[in-house]
Design a protein around this ligand. Structure first.
Ligand SMILES: [Zn+2]
Length: 78
């Protein structure tokens, strides 16, 4: 499980629509991956905002998530 795998599964993870074994893999990964934690928190907040407004959260387009991930990686390298 690497950061890209996390990104690919993040929506399912947040929706709790995920195989418990995969869920566990994600949790193991984010335990020591700060960019992924930051990323998940950002997505969660966004999803919560939509939900509290009574709207369905939009799917996160792949280019957005990979841009965000490279941004977070750059941050970590600074
Ligand atoms: Zn990661």
């Amino acid at each position: 499980m690497n950061c890209q795998d996390i990104l690919d599964r993040i929506c399912d993870y947040i929706d709790k629509d995920l195989d418990p074994a995969i869920c566990k893999d994600i949790e193991d990964h984010i335990e020591d991956c700060e960019p992924c934690v930051a990323f998940i928190n950002t997505i969660k907040k966004t999803v919560d905002l939509f939900k509290s407004a009574g709207q369905e959260p939009p799917d996160i387009p792949k280019p957005v998530s990979s841009n965000l991930m490279s941004f977070l990686k750059d941050k970590r390298d600074e």
